[in-house]
Design a binder for this molecule. Structure first.
Ligand code: FAD
Length: 520
C-alpha cells in the first residue's frame, strides 16, 4: 500500500508539473512584487501540497500558495485580490481534512493556515479570565484542537465541546459546526465561541461577537468559509476532569437502542451532575471489524462473542457513553453509572467498560491514525457521507438504509456512526443547517476505499440519498458537496436568503472558499 501511495504522489506531481499553466495566466504578475510576496510560492511542490485533501478524490491545483507569517499577510492578500481588476479566489486551508476539495482554490491562492502556527505568540493559545465570561482561550484559527487541549490543560482547563478527532484546525471545524458525543449537552463547537477575528472577503480585519458585528459572527460560524477567514476565536473553557469512565453496550433492537440514546441525551443541563458527558453510537456489521481506526475499544478476548451476535442479527447497534470524573467525584461516578445501566435495555452480558485519562479519551482516534499511517492506509480515498436526520424518521432510515441498502450492497464499510443531539443547543442565527426537529441524529458513513473503487461507495451514498428523497426523509448533509444551485438552495432552505445576503455583504466578489462550489 505504501508503494501505491508513493506512486500516486509521483504521478500527480509529474502531471501537475506537466499540465499546469504558468501562474501568471490566472494571477496578476504584480502579486509577486508586494511586500509579503516572499511568502507566496508558485512552484510545483507548493502547488501539489495544496491540491489534495483527506478525501483524496478531488484534486485541483491552485495557482499559488501563501504561507502567512501574520494575520496582516492574509489581510494584504485578500485586499489585493479584492481591489484587483480581475479578482481571484482565495481559500483558507486548515488541516485539509475535508473530503471533497472544500479547502481548494482551483487557479486561485490557497492560504496555508497551519504555517501561522510557528509565528504566534504563546503558541497561539492564550488563556484568560474576566468577570462576565469566566475562563476563555484566545486561539489562532490555524491551531489544531489537540494543541488547544494541551495548552489549556496546563491551566487545569479545557473546552467542553469537541470533535472525535483532534488534529483538525479551529477555523476548519468552526466553518462547519464541530460535533461529537458532547454536542447533546454543550452544543457543537460553534455554540461555544464568544468572539472571533475575521478577515472578510474585502480584506477587512473585523472583530465580531454576538454583540459586535454580530451579522458577520453568525455568518462565519458554520459558514463553510464563505464570509471570511477566522484568524482568532475566543472559546469558552472550564475546569477539566482528570479521568473518564468510557462504556459501550450492545443492542440488537434498533428502537431500544435509539430510545435509550434519546433518554440519555434528555438529561443535558450544563450543571446537571447526573448528565453524561458524551453519548454516541455506531453500527457493528460483518462488513467491518468491531475495532477500527476510530477507536480500538473492544478487548480481543471479547471479539469472537461480539462477532457471533453480529452474524446472528446482521447489525448490532453499539451505544457509547462517557462520564468524566476527578478526585472529588471518583466515589460517586460508579454509583451513577450503575443507576444508568438499570434503565437501559442492552443485550445482557454486553456491557464493556474502560477507565482512561481525559486526554486518552479525547485523543482516542490518534492511535488508529498512526497505525493506518504506518501501513500506508491513512492516505487512501475517503468517500464519506455525513448526514443530519430528523428523529421522527430515524427508524425508517434504519430499515431503508442500514438494513436494506447497506446490508444488501455488502461492501466493506468503515465506521458508521449514529447518535442524537438536541436542537436547542444550536444557535439558529449561525449558518449551520440542521433538521427542523427538537431532536435530530447525525449519521456518518466514514468509508475508506481503494484508489480504483471509491466510486462504488459514492454510488451507495447517492443511492441512500435518493432513498431518503423518495421516502420524504428530510436529511441535511453535514459537509455538503457536489450540489447544483437548486440543491444548495434546498440545502439551506429558509436560511438561503440570509446566506446569500451575507455573502453579498462580506464577500461581494465571491472570492472565498471556492472549493465549496456554492457561488463559484
Ligand atoms: P479544511 O479542510 O482545511 O477546511 C474546511 C473548510 O473550511 C474549507 O472551506 C476552508 O476553506 C475553510 N477554512 C479552513 N480554515 C478556515 C479559517 N481559518 N477560516 C475560515 N474558513 C476556513 N468533524 C466533526 O464535526 N466531528 C468529528 O468528529 C470529525 N471527525 C473527523 C475525523 C477525521 C479523521 C476527519 C478527516 C474529519 C473529521 N471531521 C469531523 C470533519 C472536519 O471537522 C472537517 O473536515 C473540517 O473542515 C476539518 O478541518 P480542517 O482544518 O482540515 O479544515
Amino acid at each position: 500500500a505504501h508503494s501505491i501511495v508513493i506512486l500516486l504522489f509521483v504521478t500527480r506531481l509529474v502531471s501537475a508539473i506537466g499540465k499546469s499553466k504558468p501562474w501568471t495566466d490566472f494571477l496578476p504578475p504584480n502579486l509577486l512584487s508586494l511586500d509579503f510576496s516572499e511568502r507566496i510560492r508558485t512552484d510545483s511542490l507548493a502547488i501539489e501540497s495544496a491540491s489534495s485533501d483527506y478525501g483524496n478524490i478531488v484534486h485541483e491545483n491552485p495557482a499559488a500558495v501563501l504561507y502567512p507569517s501574520s494575520t496582516q499577510d492574509i489581510v494584504s492578500l485578500i485586499k489585493f485580490a479584492y481591489n484587483n481588476s480581475a479578482p481571484f479566489t482565495v481559500s483558507a486551508r486548515g488541516r485539509s481534512h475535508s473530503v471533497f476539495g472544500q479547502a481548494m482554490a482551483p487557479n486561485g491562492v490557497v492560504v496555508d493556515m497551519m504555517h501561522l502556527r510557528s509565528h504566534r505568540e504563546q503558541n497561539g493559545v492564550i488563556v484568560s479570565k474576566n468577570p462576565s465570561l469566566g475562563f476563555y482561550a484566545d486561539v489562532g484559527g490555524e491551531q489544531l484542537w489537540i494543541d488547544v487541549l494541551k495548552a489549556t490543560l496546563e491551566h487545569g482547563l479545557a473546552p467542553v465541546s469537541w470533535t472525535d478527532y483532534l488534529y483538525l484546525t479551529v477555523g476548519g471545524t468552526l466553518s462547519n459546526a464541530g460535533i461529537s458525543g458532547q454536542s447533546f449537552r454543550y452544543g457543537p463547537q460553534i455554540s461555544n465561541v464568544y468572539e472571533m477575528d475575521v478577515v472578510t472577503g474585502k480584506g477587512e480585519l473585523v472583530t465580531c461577537s454576538a454583540h459586535k458585528n454580530s451579522e458577520l459572527f453568525y455568518a462565519v460560524l458554520g459558514g463553510l468559509g464563505q464570509f471570511g477567514i477566522i484568524t482568532r476565536a475566543r472559546i469558552g473553557i472550564e475546569p477539566a476532569p482528570k479521568r473518564v469512565k468510557w462504556v459501550r453496550v450492545l443492542y440488537s433492537d434498533f428502537s431500544a437502542f435509539t430510545k435509550d440514546q434519546e433518554r440519555l441525551i434528555s438529561i443535558n443541563g450544563r450543571k446537571q451532575s447526573n448528565a453524561l458527558d458524551y453519548v454516541e453510537g455506531s453500527l457493528l456489521m460483518n462488513q467491518g471489524p468491531p475495532n477500527n481506526w476510530r477507536s480500538s475499544f473492544f478487548p480481543s478476548s471479547d471479539i469472537p462473542r461480539i462477532m457471533s451476535i453480529v452474524t446472528q442479527h446482521g447489525i448490532i447497534y453499539c451505544l457509547e457513553v462517557a462520564k468524566y470524573y476527578d478526585d472529588t467525584t471518583q466515589h460517586s461516578v460508579a454509583k451513577e453509572l450503575q443507576q444508568m445501566y438499570k434503565g437501559l435495555s442492552f443485550i445482557p452480558g454486553f456491557k464493556l467498560e474502560k477507565d482512561v485519562s481525559y486526554v486518552e479519551f479525547l485523543d482516542r482516534v490518534r492511535n488508529g491514525e498512526l497505525k493506518l499511517q504506518s501501513q500506508g492506509l491513512w492516505d487512501v480515498p475517503h468517500p464519506w457521507l455525513n448526514l443530519f436526520l430528523p428523529k421522527s424518521r430515524i427508524s425508517d432510515f434504519n430499515s431503508g438504509v442500514f438494513r436494506d441498502i447497506v446490508l444488501k450492497r455488502n461492501i466493506t464499510t468503515g465506521p458508521v456512526l449514529i447518535y442524537p443531539m438536541n436542537r436547542n443547543k444550536w444557535d439558529d442565527r449561525t449558518s449551520a443547517v440542521i433538521p427542523d426537529e427538537e431532536v435530530f441524529y447525525t449519521v456518518g458513513f466514514l468509508h475508506s476505499s481503494g484508489f480504483d473503487d471509491w466510486q462504488k461507495y459514492d454510488d451507495q451514498n447517492k443511492e441512500l440519498l435518493k432513498f431518503c428523497e423518495k421516502a420524504g426523509i428530510k436529511v441535511k448533509q453535514y459537509f455538503p458537496h457536489d450540489k447544483s444551485k437548486e440543491e444548495w438552495i434546498n440545502h439551506f432552505g429558509s436560511k438561503w436568503r440570509t446566506f446569500r445576503e451575507r455573502k453579498a455583504l462580506f464577500d461581494p466578489k465571491m472570492m472565498l472558499s471556492p472549493g465549496q462550489r456554492i457561488f463559484n
